[in-house]
Ligand binder design. Structure first.
Ligand SMILES: Cc1cc2nc3c(=O)[nH]c(=O)nc-3n(C[C@H](O)[C@H](O)[C@H](O)COP(=O)(O)O)c2cc1C
Length: 269
């Protein structure tokens, strides 16, 4: 796959993967690509755990599902993240960021614009939505044939110091390499992030994965081969919109926004 095409087609996978085991060759390619990322002084502060043990995956799924249920039930998910959600295509087109919720469970559709209100939360609770979403998430996670945990060495990752920031930049680049490699291998990847929001759940995952004192568990992803036919999850979104150049780039100083290209300006080059 061409690099630019790989970058342009890279996506987060919200749905299920094929049940097939990810070959060891592909698992190793993913972490080799991660390790090829740049890092400060070539410190390579990252470590990875490749998780294919069904019992461990099952427990990660349980924790993922339970934390999803808890976050939705307590209203924390929506209150924390409502600024990122868009409900109409026009707003999405204007802002070109965030997440457009374009698939909701049937009973919730009439309340789409009020989904963040207390009334909607009460309705969702009475319909058992937090539990349903947690169950969906649990299945998605535990049925993912591979998980990848990303860790940082604590002697490099010192929050508040420059090396802490360098580590985060480096790990971000390593993960992007994994993500792009997934695309070239016909695989998908998604963050399993809800356990990070509940400290006791994150601690349980650290214990489950036997993370030693000198390493910090930074993120967990679920991965697998993409199915031929994609079934959309109960709640799904589109987030492939990106800002225009004029919305994210300046020319020379922050006083001047970059001009968006027009077909004629690009021809003049
Ligand atoms: C730091 C970070 C945290 C993210 N957290 C989540 C998450 O919790 N759940 C999820 O499904 N995707 C998560 N994502 C993926 C983003 O939602 C996704 O990249 C964004 O919406 C753009 O969509 P795309 O990846 O399909 O282009 C995260 C991505 C990053 C870089």
């Amino acid at each position: 796959m061409e690099l630019l095409e790989a970058i342009r087609t890279r996506r987060t996978t919200n749905g299920a993967f094929k049940p097939d085991r990810v070959s060891l060759e592909h698992q190793h390619l993913l972490v080799e690509a991660a390790g090829r990322a740049p890092s400060h002084f070539n410190s390579q502060p990252w470590r990875f755990i490749l998780i294919d043990d069904p019992q461990i995956r099952g427990r990660v799924g349980e924790i993922g599902g339970a934390t999803m249920t808890q976050l939705i039930d307590e209203g924390k998910f929506f209150s924390r993240y409502k600024k990122y959600f868009r409900f109409d295509a026009e707003e999405m087109e204007r802002r070109r960021d965030g997440i457009l919720i374009d698939q909701l469970p049937l009973p919730l559709r009439p309340f789409v614009k009020q989904i963040f209100s207390d009334t909607a939360l009460t309705i969702m609770r009475s319909l058992g939505v937090p539990k349903l979403l947690g169950q969906d998430n649990r299945k998605l996670v535990e049925n993912s044939p591979l998980m990848l945990a990303a860790l940082l060495a604590k002697d490099e990752y010192i929050p508040g110091e420059l090396s802490g920031m360098y580590c985060l930049l480096s790990l971000g680049m390593a993960i992007e390499n994994v993500w792009l490699t997934c695309g070239s291998l016909g695989m998908g990847i998604q963050f399993v992030s809800t356990p990070m929001e509940i400290p006791s759940a994150w601690l349980e995952l650290k214990t489950l994965l036997c993370v030693p004192e000198e390493l910090e568990l930074m993120a967990i992803y679920r991965l697998g081969y993409l199915p031929d036919e994609k079934k959309r999850p109960r709640i799904d979104w589109t987030s492939n919109q990106r800002k225009r150049l004029s919305q994210l780039v300046f020319r020379n100083t922050c006083a001047t926004s970059e001009q968006d290209p027009t077909p004629s300006s690009e021809q003049e080059e």
